[in-house]
Design a protein around this ligand. Structure first.
Ligand SMILES: Nc1ncnc2c1ncn2[C@@H]1O[C@H](COP(=O)(O)OP(=O)(O)O)[C@@H](O)[C@H]1O
Ligand SMILES: [Mg+2]
Length: 480
């Protein structure tokens, strides 16, 4: 990411620093220091893409200082070496060097101006320019950049547009490049799609022109350090206390679970919560595209897929991981996102002694989840009769937990559904818990209740075997 040789920082982006106007909601500590040059208007930025924007005397003087300091900096520091330090240390180091350069060149700057210059240079050299203040905020779940002029964020389930802009698409592209070079990738016209990860674990997707028509689209799913717990989900109304109890039983009784839901519906969060009910003594292996799960167990092996390198070779797929995982004597296998042929391997694992395995699938309801998995297996090149595949699913998957992000931005578990078996050619499902929609309150927030359906789970005896019969009975008790 900091590599001088892989992707040299674009001096142009240091010469014309961005100056975001932050929305009112930005906490003071994330704001730029007072005296930051005013952001050019939307029109001006568009009209003069790439050309210096006219500013006050001070702006131009500071910009000149920045250019000079930046050039000195590149000459004097090996950014690759710096990249080995952690980000705070790098910032400190750069600040020191920049202060030194400023005093060596006998530049006259006030303390405020100096910190302004240092900040901007740090952001341009090391950081992600205009995105830095957003990355510093803990309340943001996603950052979505649609070309240089549009930056959206998601907080508390709501998407809003920010006033932050990039100087132009070239600066944005440069930042995208810097992000993906950290995982040894390149993004350009020839390979315009790329997944990467920030140093803090945040997941990044870049899709560049010509595929993205209005400029590079950058999407960042921010990594949350303090993961949500089931208790917190209850607090948010994502699930009722009794529903949460049912989830605990499901996790502890080693049922095979698929968490189903749309993008951002809270699948990974839920999966992570469920893993906290895994017995401490179990050997758990996780397979993910980009490690997000934070298991609290002592005995966990974390595996991660790898995209192909620049020559298009060396990819390690999810399927490779799941298959390898079976040779590692796992007791449970957890697949972050089941998307393709690995579905078949996971089902087999679930069915051959690795009970309590889990995964997430992108689907809008439990029934669709089943057909999605069937499709993944069919597309994976298995020429099995549909009925065989369905039997395999019915025998392997015991629970589907459906997560959803409702139109008010709240996340709910809408179904806890049991896979019961087969009826003819069809996989039969029964809902154990559902979210009943009751309407909206004055603020447009969705109202409803989680209710048990009154059906007796097929896994009752299993829960009993694990000493969880009472918990199960209480979880399913219809009295609120
Ligand atoms: N029940 C919830 N209530 C509020 N926020 C949630 C909830 N579940 C997840 N989130 C937040 O929503 C974002 C997306 O969650 P994630 O679990 O990664 O979704 P998915 O895996 O379905 O894409 C994260 O920032 C997460 O912290
Ligand atoms: Mg996820």
């Amino acid at each position: 990411m900091f590599g001088k040789r892989t992707v040299p920082p674009d001096p142009a982006s240091a010469t014309m620093p961005w100056s975001p106007r932050l929305p009112e909601s930005v906490p003071p500590e994330a704001r730029a220091p007072e005296g930051r040059p005013a952001k050019p208007t939307h029109k001006a930025a568009k009209g003069a893409a790439g050309a210096p924007t006219k500013g006050s005397e001070l702006d131009q003087r500071l910009q000149a200082v920045k250019i000079a300091v930046f050039n000195d900096l590149i000459d004097s520091v090996d950014l690759t070496e710096l990249g080995k330090l952690d980000i705070a240390a790098v910032r400190e180091e750069i600040s020191d060097i920049v202060s030194e350069i400023i005093s060596m060149r006998s530049m006259v700057l006030s303390a405020v101006e100096q910190s302004l210059v240092i900040n901007d240079i740090c952001n341009d050299v090391l950081g992600l320019g205009p995105l830095e203040p957003l990355l510093a905020r803990d309340d943001i779940a996603d950052i979505m950049v649609n070309g240089a002029d549009e930056v959206y964020i998601e907080t508390n389930g709501r998407i809003e547009r920010t006033d932050i802009r990039f100087r132009d698409n070239a600066q944005l592209m440069n930042i995208c490049q810097r992000i993906v070079s950290a995982v040894g990738r390149r993004v350009d016209e020839a390979s315009p799609i790329c997944d990467a990860r920030l140093a803090d674990g945040s997941r990044v997707n870049v899709i560049a022109p010509p595929l993205a028509i209005d400029g590079p689209a950058l999407t960042i799913r921010k990594f949350k350090r303090d993961k949500l717990t089931l208790d917190k989900l209850v607090g948010f109304g994502t699930i009722s206390p009794k529903g949460a109890r049912l989830l605990q039983v499901i996790g502890a009784a080693r049922l095979n679970v698929i968490v189903s839901g749309g993008t951002g519906s809270g699948k990974t969060t839920l999966l992570n919560c469920l893993t906290s009910y895994i017995d401490k003594g179990e050997r758990v292996i996780t397979c993910e595209d980009a490690a997000e799960l934070q298991l609290q167990q002592p005995h966990v092996v974390r595996l991660e897929t790898r995209p192909p390198n620049l020559e298009g070779v060396g990819a390690v797929t999810m399927r490779d991981l799941v298959r390898n995982c079976l040779r590692m004597r796992p007791e449970r296998i957890i697949v972050g996102e089941v998307r393709g042929a690995e579905a078949f391997d996971l089902l087999q694992a679930m069915n051959t002694g690795h009970d309590g395995s889990m995964g997430t699938v992108h689907a809008n309801n439990p029934r669709e989840c089943i057909s999605r998995i069937e499709n993944m297996i069919a597309m994976g090149g298995y020429t099995l009769p549909a009925k065989t595949v369905r039997e395999q699913m019915a025998a392997s998957i015991q629970i589907i937990i459906q997560a959803a992000r409702l139109r008010d931005g709240s996340r709910k578990i809408t179904h806890i559904t049991e896979v019961v078996g087969m009826e003819g050619e069809v996989v039969t499902l029964q809902d154990l818990y559902v979210f009943q929609l009751e309407g909206e309150d004055g603020q447009g927030r969705i109202q409803g209740r989680h209710v048990p359906t009154g059906l007796r789970p097929k896994f009752w005896d299993r829960a009993k075997y694990f000493g969880l019969e009472r918990d199960l009975a209480e979880a399913l008790d219809e009295a609120p």
